[in-house]
Design a protein around this ligand. Structure first.
Ligand code: GTP
Ligand code: MG
Length: 556
């Protein structure tokens, strides 16, 4: 179980002035829509990485005077930003203005003497601060305000949703409560940067990049941290140095395949993390998976980490999702609701298996939004058409080209509300012909399924692959049934919204209750029986309408 990480901010201190800074990624990571130009994915990554390289993580004594702490650290150089959080103790994330301050701090730091145990010396950026005279500091009370780094409790969420003004308000509230905070994002990049220091012991100039939901704008507080060990930069460093008729190459060790190379690299990195990675615990090498990885817990940050290498397409998928997430504010709002809905009904799980994944759910939402009239999101083929020469990207023979400057993509003219979209999403997938059709965000229309897997969602870049190949028929069936019931609940509420005095969860809150799937239990009462039959009739009438109007592809 993960510790509950609490963020501690201290109003009215030196910290406040130091902390004021514009978030790096503008609207893309905050969810607010503004007219300022939106940063490209790699610009955000580059800036965050650079910021993380100037940052240190310090385990602090529980009672510490913030003012004295900052004064002490600023002997090594000016501090740009800092925050505290709790996770098995008190931690501080301190960002210096200059990278040089880090070596100054490291030079003034000693390797601990461990008594009975022995320490493996490693000059990391993760420190332990001790007080020479504890009584000196405890006399000063630090006034700290705390905010959780994990999502709100169900109780708090239901309360917030109950008092929201509309379903649209509920969906936006859920987004605000679950999205990654600025501090959580900083901690994610810092963790990658700390792991990079360890990997650099073997591969100097390697880069450890976050990918997946930590960076694609769809990350929920508490989600795992996917990391990509990028060794390509090492090869690129010397490319311009050849002159005349000579070409110099490194002597290297050859192995039979890319896969074997990946396994060997991850194997030694796994060993490094296990043997001298401060704070890295529970290291597992999962090298025989389709995509080999090293899984571990980074204890001080509380993140469950998955480290892969040779996985560039996944990084490109993260960039594509980042673009889709930033194009229209409804996209993230809807994806967060659907992800929470799926989690509430155990359609998704943190354990790998026949379940649908969050990645697949996101693809389904994107596809659905491409099918609206007018479309809310462009197809991947359209994004490819808009690309210029610099956007061209081929990875292992797969064309991964799409426009990367989101300011050049025309916003949608569609003005549908989140309430309507949520309802229509459930109706659309409650009636989707999964047995015949495949979901395809590249073309933005259904395709005939190329194989017999129950759920087929085309991998957008490796188009012969199905990203939901693991999903079983029974899990798909469960998804369909829940989607139908959820469509019905929203439909019914439209006509018959519970009165404000009824105390009943309504709208999105009603969809998140585990009870909605229970109408099949033998103990169901007459009222539930009735609604179940009415759902069937309603959905059948929707279906027959659709066969009568085959040109209506929007599921309305
Ligand atoms: P959560 O961790 O559940 O919040 O979402 P996530 O998007 O980070 O998913 P996950 O950690 O499972 O995977 C990380 C990334 O790997 C995803 O964002 C995708 O880019 C990629 N990925 C995951 N599953 C698949 C898959 O089945 N096929 C392909 N091609 N890529 C995948
Ligand atoms: Mg992930």
């Amino acid at each position: 179980q993960r510790p509950s990480c609490r963020l501690l901010c201290c109003p009215g201190t030196v910290a406040e002035d130091l902390q004021r800074e514009e978030p790096l990624s503008g609207s893309a990571e905050t969810g607010s829509e503004d007219k300022t130009s939106k940063k490209r994915f790699f610009e955000v990554q580059k800036e965050r990485r650079e910021q993380a390289q100037r940052t240190v993580l310090i385990h602090c004594p529980n009672k510490i005077s913030e003012k004295k702490f900052l004064k002490y650290l600023s002997h090594h150089g000016p501090i740009n930003n800092h925050f505290f959080y709790e996770s098995f103790g008190l931690y501080a994330v301190v960002e210096f203005c200059q990278k040089e301050s880090i070596s100054s701090l490291q030079n003034g730091t000693r390797t601990p003497s461990m008594g009975m145990e022995a320490a493996i010396p490693f000059r990391s950026r993760f420190f332990n601060l001790k007080l020479k005279n504890p009584s000196n500091q405890t006399s000063e009370k630090s006034c700290v305000q705390s905010s959780d780094q994990l999502p709100p409790s169900s109780k708090k969420l239901f309360e917030l949703l109950y008092y929201a003004e509309s379903v649209d308000d509920q969906v936006n509230t859920l987004l605000k409560e679950f999205e990654l905070t600025e501090e959580n994002t900083r901690l994610r990049y810092l963790t990658c940067s700390l792991i990079e220091d360890i990997a650099a012991a073997y591969f100097p100039d390697c880069i450890v990049r976050p990918f997946g939901s930590s960076v694609n704008t769809f990350g929920k507080l508490g989600c795992d941290l996917d990391m990509f060990l990028d060794l390509d930069e090492i090869g690129k460093l010397g490319t311009h140095k050849s002159s005349g008729n000579f070409l110099m190459e490194f002597q290297v060790k050859n192995v039979p395949s890319e896969r074997v190379a990946t396994q060997k690299i991850l194997s030694v990195i796994g060993e490094c993390l296990d043997h001298f990675g401060p704070g890295c615990v529970g290291v597992q090498k999962i090298l025989n998976a389709r995509c080999p990885l090293v899984r571990f817990s980074h204890q001080p940050s509380g993140f469950q980490c998955d480290l892969t290498t040779n996985n560039r397409i996944a990084l490109k998928s993260s960039e594509l999702l980042y673009i889709y997430g930033a194009l229209d504010s409804r996209v993230r709002a809807l994806v967060f609701s659907i992800r929470c809905w799926a989690r509430a009904h155990s359609l998704t799980s943190s354990i790998p298996g026949a379940w649908i994944t969050n990645f697949s759910l996101t693809m389904m939402v994107i596809f659905f939004l491409q099918r609206r009239s007018p479309p809310i999101l462009p197809t991947l083929d359209l994004l490819k058409t808009l690309a210029d020469a610099e956007d061209k990207c081929i990875i292992e023979g797969n064309n991964c080209t799409f426009i990367r400057d989101l300011n050049r993509i025309k916003p949608s003219g569609n003005t549908e509300t989140l309430e309507l979209l949520l309802k229509e999403f459930f109706e659309y997938f409650g009636n989707f012909t999964f047995n015949k059709n495949s979901i395809n965000i590249r073309q933005g229309r259904e395709q005939n399924k190329p194989d017999s897997s129950p759920l087929h969602i085309q991998n957008p870049f490796e188009t012969s692959l199905n990203i939901s190949k693991n999903v079983s028929q029974s899990q798909l069936q469960k998804f369909v049934e829940l989607a139908r019931e959820s469509a019905w609940i929203l439909q019914r509420e439209d006509q018959d919204r519970p009165s404000s005095s009824s105390n009943q969860p309504w709208g999105l809150a009603a969809l998140l209750l585990p009870s909605i799937a229970k109408s099949k239990s033998p103990s169901k009462n007459k009222k539930e029986k009735l609604s179940s039959e009415r759902i069937k009739n309603l959905l059948e009438s929707i279906k027959s309408n659709r066969t009568e109007n085959p040109t209506d592809t929007n599921g309305k």
